[in-house]
Design a protein around this ligand. Sequence first.
Ligand code: BTN
Length: 350
Amino acid sequence: MIFGTIEGGPGAVSQVLAYLKTHNSRFASVKEIKESLNITRQKALDSITFLREAGYAIETKPDDGFRLISSPDIILPVEISAGLNCQRFGCRVFSYNSVGSTNHTAHDFAKAGMPEGTIVIADSQTKGRGRLGRSWYSQSGKGLYFSLILRPKLMPSQTPGISLIAGLAVIRAIYSITGLQMSMKWPNDILSRDKKLAGILVELEAELDRVDYVIVGIGVNINHTKKDFPRHINRIATSLKIETGKSFTRAALLQQTLVHFEKIYDNFCNHGLKYLAKELLECSAVYKKKVSLSLGKREISGTVVGFDDNGGLLIKSKNKLQAYSAGEITMHQTFAQFLEKTGSKRKSRS
Ligand code: BTN
């Protein structure tokens, strides 16, 4: 079931919502709202009725007007586009109760010609996809599951960088909302204290020398408790709620991700990774670490010394320095890390 769509910019409901959000310390009269937004009195009142029915708590005083008290944690297009400070990202929003995979639906929209910045978001996914044929656990109401259509004027060889810059955008967005600093395990795992909090799946439709479109699928564990995760991922996954003890609204994190992503993406398309390299190294979980990279049946061991211009991982092994654009990283544990994980240090002290 589709929750709703927004095409070609926010409508009156989104504008009224954005207005109430920015003026929520006081009451705003209908006259003020209609004149500030240049809409009719009836449109302003209908918008408030729609918002209340969608779960927004809006207080009314006959002489003073309306004041927003609280917003529900919903992924309706009105909530996503209200006050969204982007030029292109979020220009169209398709919001679903449930889909197989938002990446899959986004491919259909991209093939049908939807522009760069179009978003497909779902409350839950029945066939959420991860990298390397894995699945992505997508429980209703708990996480952020969305895909973004990009149409970069890049060569296919330059697109691995998109996975890295999407990761940076998620890291910046999480920091701005929670104050938590995440790290990134190349190419796309967002980690908090070594546990996976978010993942990014970049899929490409391209010819040899031209990218047709790119789908960037992002999944973030937000309000999951430990019990919400199935047993096989409980050990390796975490969420913002587990990390902070607090709940967060999905739309707020989505808006922040889009704002940061649009800026970083424009920078990347114009200059490559040049201006982003320092930040990428600072938040990398693998930089200067000893790792093994598995490439199908091949395994390369060495030390990560950085990224190349296209976002490939530079590994120094023996006397060879080489960039890799695919593969699965395993980090070698130091003895101290092993002791910390197994709790042996604490036991041997007591
Ligand atoms: C990974 O870590 O392997 C990537 C996970 C990507 C999950 C997101 S959720 C939204 C989008 N739709 C999907 O089917 N996958 C991505």
